[in-house]
Design a protein around this ligand. Structure first.
Ligand SMILES: [Cu+2]
Length: 143
């Protein structure tokens, strides 16, 4: 009886090794990692932006994936506003309307920065609504 108590664990161990239960799991090859997409995209408000229409922002149109943050930096020497809005042409004066806006930085002084994360796919045109400022840009958010 004493022998069988010692033999039984050895039998179980040899069965496990024979069936591969004792081996470590094989490593399955994974897909090569995609290059990470930057989570923050920067747009500059350029010098003399007020008269530059669709060249007021650099770059003027940006396509991003949902979840990306856009950072606008005012590199002009004067204050601009940054609000949702679109005219019939890039040089048209845009009036601020009272409806809820996706983009609304208010006043952005020189060297000022405004950040916003975009989570919903869609097109988000924006502008500066100050008098005699003709500025037009657009964010395109894809899933
Ligand atoms: Cu402006």
């Amino acid at each position: 009886m004493r022998i069988s108590v010692l033999v039984l664990p050895a039998v179980i161990l040899s069965i496990m090794l024979g069936t591969g239960l004792g081996r470590t799991a094989e490593v399955t090859p994974t897909e090569p990692a995609r290059p990470p997409q930057p989570s923050v995209v920067t747009i500059r408000i350029v010098a003399d932006a007020a008269s530059r229409c669709d060249k007021a922002y650099d770059p003027p149109v940006v396509t991003i994936k949902a979840g990306t943050t856009v950072a606008w930096i005012n590199q002009d020497y004067e204050t601009h506003t940054l609000v949702s809005g679109e005219g019939k042409d890039p040089c048209q004066q845009i009036e601020r309307s009272p409806e809820v806006r996706v983009i609304d930085a208010g006043q952005l002084p020189p060297r000022g920065e405004y950040r916003k994360m975009f989570t919903k796919p869609g097109e988000y045109p924006y502008t500066c609504h100050l008098p005699f400022h003709h500025m037009s840009g657009k964010i395109i958010v894809v899933p």
